[in-house]
Design a protein around this ligand. Sequence first.
Ligand SMILES: *Cc1c(COP(=O)(O)O)cnc(C)c1O
Ligand code: SF4
Length: 349
Amino acid sequence: MTHWKTILKNSVTSPAALAHHFDFEHTALEATCASFPMRINSYYLNLIQSVGDPLWKQAVPDAMEINDSICIPDPLAEENLSPVPNLVHKYPDRVLLLVASECAMYCRFCTRKRKVGKPSMSINKDTLDAGIAYIKENTEIREVLISGGDPFLLSDAKLDSLLTRIRAIRSVEVIRIGTRIPCTLPMRVTKELVKILKRNHPLYVNTHFNHPLELTPEAAKACALLANAGIPLGCQTVLLKGVNDAPHILKDLFLGLLRMRVKPYYLFQGDLTKGTNHFRTHTQSGIEIMRQLIGNISGMAIPTFALDAPGGMGKIPLTPDYVLNKTKELSFLNYRGVRCSYPENGDPV
Ligand SMILES: *Cc1c(COP(=O)(O)O)cnc(C)c1O
Ligand code: SF4
């Protein structure tokens, strides 16, 4: 099997280079790449079947990225919520620590598009030391989410040392890693990597698949290696116009993930990130998709549909409304649209 570093080195990083593989008009896309970097490694490139397919749309720059007059660079106000560089403290008991600036592929809809893969995203020993010191000082932090960029692009030695340092903090109960590697470069999940992760339990991995075509034998193998090491796996999918905004696609994705022992965790409404407006759906369309899935497939396969409120206000679950009437006799429409009811027990206190 080709080494993951070779696959990564063989990335297509310009529209002109992509034109050697596909027949499309590439000159208009060079300007987009000057603003937002492009990287499609040879594994993910091989999954793309045709120009404009759901994987193409996730990976290949679009001229609309630089003609986005609606959205803003940092809608989640991450920079304002950073007490030290590359650490976001939004919720009382957990923080987000950005430990890597690169990804195995640059997703066109990335919420951290303003900095991922760019020189301005500077992560070094000093910022990591400051982040770890902050976590140590703030003992209300129970959980550390390690993200980036992609943490699994760090070397084994760097990741090992980072995890060991975080694990040594007594107030930290749970470590959660966010990575798209099982989807975009599954060969990076090696036995050696898994050995390092396993030493730092309780450790969770949340990965990120958006389309059933990404559920390959290679991805299944990466997830099996992780799951066999006792690592609970979740998935954070992003709802993307023209990629996965249809009930049958998400049904196949979520059921396929369950078969790979990955629990769908969140389905995210698109953020207001500059350069991604063309992927945004209407919230109602996501709610309707959820309505078609809930009850019809295993509850294990149902993620929470949520939007991340602008300004760093936190995640807001968006749920179909089943309640018809809120009197003493609550009435609902069930998943099949049949009316039903439940008598309340007295008045609320
Ligand atoms: C999403 C997010 C979290 C984690 O939220 P959960 O609902 O626990 O998954 C933590 N911190 C930041 C800054 C986030 O954006
Ligand atoms: S892997 Fe995640 S952080 Fe990296 S470009 Fe894709 S969405 Fe953004």
